[in-house]
Design a protein around this ligand. Structure first.
Ligand SMILES: CC(C)(COP(=O)(O)OP(=O)(O)OC[C@H]1O[C@@H](n2cnc3c(N)ncnc32)[C@H](O)[C@@H]1OP(=O)(O)O)[C@@H](O)C(=O)NCCC(=O)NCCS
Length: 169
């Protein structure tokens, strides 16, 4: 996509990212300012900000975690990359912004020698589910009432090839 650029989060981005998150998710699921700030400023979080012709059009936040893969419950606990959110401006969707952020996530996961990328998605968010499916994520579980005690979350996982990098997408 022409002129799409990713860079690391800077505190001056905060208001734009908060507005974007409010536009992406319904009330109650969108992050409060305090929640968003705590995720962005957590020492182990990494955030990529996507800009198109110097306008912020998306962002993604990830954090390394140690977990047992849900696909193999007896497997040892290992390093994984947890996606806290991917947000793309409603006016900039279906142009590859989310895909660029997902490729950044795979790069971060490879750098951190993660075995898999994991995330939760609302069971009624069919667009995001299609998006993740297109990047090879599979459903590994369900968390009843994960969102506000009402909406279930699907747990998704995308195995990476060893610690070297993502399976070719
Ligand atoms: C999910 C989201 C991040 C996708 O961002 P995007 O920039 O539109 O994604 P891309 O343009 O890179 O799409 C990549 C692929 O995902 C799939 N996809 C994306 N949007 C889709 C849709 N509306 N319907 C079906 N498939 C879709 C397609 O396979 C697409 O490839 P294609 O356009 O070549 O067919 C965006 O819709 C969004 O921000 N939604 C609201 C926030 C959200 O739900 N985030 C995820 C929370 S867990």
């Amino acid at each position: 996509m022409e002129a799409l650029a990713l860079r690391a989060y800077a505190p001056a981005d905060f208001e734009a990212l908060h507005a974007l998150d409010q536009a992406c998710f319904p009330p109650g699921i969108a992050y409060s300012r305090a929640e968003l700030r705590s995720f962005l400023e957590h020492p182990s979080s990494s955030t990529a900000v996507a800009r198109l012709r110097s306008t912020v059009v998306g962002f993604a936040i990830v954090r390394p975690v140690r977990r047992r893969t849900m696909a193999l419950p007896l497997a040892p606990v290992c390093a994984m990359m947890h996606v806290l959110t991917i947000d793309v401006d409603p006016g900039a969707r279906r142009q590859g912004v989310g895909g660029a952020l997902m490729r950044w996530i795979f790069e971060r996961a490879a750098q951190a020698r993660s075995q898999a990328v994991v995330l939760e998605v609302a069971s009624d968010n069919s667009v995001a589910q299609s998006f993740y499916q297109s990047f090879g994520f599979v459903v590994t579980g369900t968390v009843p009432g994960y969102y506000n005690g009402v909406t279930d979350a699907l747990q998704l996982e995308r195995q990476l090839r060893g610690a070297a990098g993502p399976i070719g997408s």
